[in-house]
Design a protein around this ligand. Structure first.
Ligand code: NAD
Ligand code: MLT
Length: 311
């Protein structure tokens, strides 16, 4: 029997394959502290997480039987890959299952920002009937700058085209041919930030993308630009964003992700021009089922020594 620990809340439907497998015992224990995980991990052949569990070198060091770590989602930044790899532990993610949900959330944020929906809602729930303070802007004919035209960026770009937006995209791996097919204009980061009315980021957080949008880039932007980040905190430097909002350069920002999560002391949360969600991009029934199914299948492949896809 293979023993699998599920240490974050994952979709029950998505876990069906594991729960029904006759060669697997699934233990679901969430909210464990690092030291608790260190204690119990030696019993397990595989560990399944979303993003709350931080899979640290100490946990990996203690994992004497572990063959695989599965991440029900795209980003594997909560798993110490180096420690896992050097111990021969396979790290698996689910790169496709939450693409549509995250693209839809990004687009919902673009629209909420353009029409100031959260601000108007808040005002009305506080007993106001204020029709003057929440004048918005149309998306029609506006330029959307997409930073990172991968799975999610592409789906956001397609939705923007349906709203008659012009899309410019910065991605070092974007070919002319693909750009043409999608109807987007390839641009350098400088060109993108200086042309866009809305800028949305869809890259992973890496050495290259950390603070990709910072003071220098804000200085190049149009006055009244709007910024959306549903990828990872730290792609946009929060301090620079704060200053650009306070100075009036940026008309608004919609953030699903933060440099530190949860962002309790974050000054951006005090600004009315900022709208936020608590890392909800992938939080739909469909996405959570998809990613749990995908990662469960691959974990079974690893444990059963069958061909698998890894992160
Ligand atoms: P993807 O790998 O399909 O796309 C990422 C794109 O970024 C690629 O096309 C890549 O070429 C591009 N890129 C890499 N380095 C770059 C750079 N320096 N400058 C510009 N572009 C660069 O990934 P995806 O599935 O589209 O997801 C993107 C990111 O979104 C993930 O890495 C994850 O961090 C984040 N995400 C967030 C949520 C959420 O809940 N908010 C959900 C899913 C994914
Ligand atoms: C991801 O990288 O897939 C996201 O962070 C989504 C999530 O698991 O919440």
């Amino acid at each position: 029997m293979f023993k699998i620990l599920v240490s974050d809340p994952l979709s029950e439907v998505g876990l069906q394959k594991l729960l029904e497998a006759t060669d697997v015992e699934v233990v679901q224990k969430t909210g464990l502290k690092e030291e608790e995980l260190v204690q119990i991990i030696p019993e397990f052949d595989a560990l399944l997480v979303r993003s709350q569990t931080k899979v640290t070198p100490a946990i990996i060091e203690a994992a004497s039987r572990l063959k695989a770590i599965g991440r029900a989602g795209v980003g594997v930044d909560n798993i110490n890959i180096q420690a896992a790899t050097s111990k021969g532990i396979v790290v698996i993610n689910a790169p496709d299952g939450n693409t549509i949900s995250t693209a839809e959330h990004s687009f919902a944020m673009i629209m909420a920002l353009a029409r100031r929906i959260p601000n108007a809602y808040h005002s009305m729930m506080n007993g106001q009937w204020d029709r003057k303070s929440f004048v918005g802007v149309e998306l029609n004919q506006k330029v959307l700058g997409v930073v990172g035209l991968g799975r999610i960026g592409t789906e956001v770009a397609k939705r923007a085209k349906a709203f008659n937006m012009k899309v410019v995209a910065y991605d070092p791996f974007l070919t002319e041919e693909r750009a043409k097919k999608l109807g987007v204009t390839p641009a350098s980061i400088k060109e993108l930030v200086s042309q866009a009315d809305f800028i949305t980021t869809h890259t992973p957080l890496t050495k290259e993308t950390k603070y990709l949008i910072s003071t220098k880039e804000f200085a190049l932007m149009k006055d009244g630009v709007r910024i959306i980040n549903c990828a990872r905190g730290g792609i946009i430097e929060e301090k620079a964003l704060y200053e650009a909002i306070v100075s009036g350069k940026v008309a608004g920002a919609a953030l699903d992700v933060f440099e530190v999560e949860p962002p309790m002391e974050n000054p951006l949360l005090k600004l009315p021009k900022v709208i936020v969600t608590p890392h909800l991009g992938a939080s739909t029934v469909e996405a959570q089922e998809n990613v749990a199914i995908d990662v469960s299948e691959e974990i079974l492949h690893v444990l059963r020594e069958q061909p698998f896809k890894n992160a």
